[in-house]
Design a binder for this molecule. Structure first.
Ligand code: SAM
Length: 264
């Protein structure tokens, strides 16, 4: 029997299927640990600083809604998350059960958001698709009210650069290495009448406790095009050999945080 939340085939769905093969304990052992500073925490601080209790917030590509419900929902008038992965939204809907109507989740493609113009006083893009292309941007800005805020954390040009030598152009960020994402993102915002209030680039590191943990990451998140644990055994071994430290395998984490106000 196909259940409705099994009806899509997104990377997130395949990742969920793979994760079911492990126990909670095993999954914990596969988790990478952020060393010292986590740029995601900095973004949450910015969101806390810039949102106010009257805000109506739309989170584009909200995923399982965990962060939205924990960090945004308690601070604003209305928190609405949208995502095109039915499985993730189903998890979000379960999390929301029992909360007030001030949290909502929508199953929608972020290129066609089923909301009226100017409905949001703030939009959030936490590694979601909003700035991926012009269609996404136009749609996000359509629902943003005049004077509203856009808050984003996105992947930086140096993220996981340790994959480059082993995987070459199959590394999804390979072509970014010589670019300056912070500068590009700032320019993109300005082209769309967004006055940039905050633009920060944060470099950090994370450590994978084992080779299996690194493989699991590549199977469950974008990183290397058409990754296959068997056929890619030797490039993986190379990453392990070149980037091992006492605690495990260390990779670069690079994030860009932006806060901007629409000037129209
Ligand atoms: C990297 S995840 C981030 C999830 C969440 N914002 C978080 O921080 O945990 C990107 C999310 O964007 C969603 N997404 C990607 N493309 C989308 C689209 N065209 N429309 C709606 N959601 C999309 C994915 O399903 C996924 O949940």
């Amino acid at each position: 029997m196909t259940r409705w939340y099994d009806s899509t085939d997104h990377m997130e769905d395949r990742a969920a299927a793979l994760s079911r093969q492990y126990t909670t304990e095993e999954l914990r052992a596969l988790r990478a640990l952020r060393e010292d500073f986590d740029p995601e925490d900095r973004f949450t601080d910015l969101v806390r600083e810039y949102l106010s209790p009257d805000d109506v917030v739309v989170d584009i590509g909200t995923g399982t809604g965990e962060w939205l419900l924990a960090e945004v929902y308690p601070r604003v008038r209305m928190a609405l998350g949208l995502d095109y992965s039915a499985r993730r939204l189903w998890l979000a809907a379960q999390r929301k059960a029992g909360l007030s109507a001030n949290a909502e989740f929508l199953l929608a493609d972020a290129r066609h958001i089923p909301l009226r113009d100017n409905v949001a006083s703030a939009i959030i893009n936490r590694r979601g698709p909003w700035t991926e292309d012009e269609d996404f941007m136009r749609e996000g800005l359509r629902i943003l009210a005049p004077g509203g805020l856009a808050l984003e954390i996105t992947i930086g040009d140096q993220n996981a650069r340790e994959f480059d030598q082993a995987f070459g152009a199959r590394t999804q960020m390979h072509s970014w290495r010589t670019r300056d994402r912070l500068k590009e993102m700032t320019a993109l915002y300005e082209e769309h009448a967004l006055e940039v209030l905050v633009a920060e680039s944060h470099l950090s590191t994370e450590v994978f406790p084992s080779r299996d943990a690194l493989v699991y990451r590549l199977q469950t998140a974008p990183g290397v095009e058409a990754f296959d644990p068997q056929t890619d055994a030797s490039p993986i071994d190379r990453v392990v050999a070149d980037h091992s430290v006492a605690e495990g395998i260390r990779l670069t984490v690079h994030r860009i945080c932006l806060v901007a106000r629409i000037t129209r």
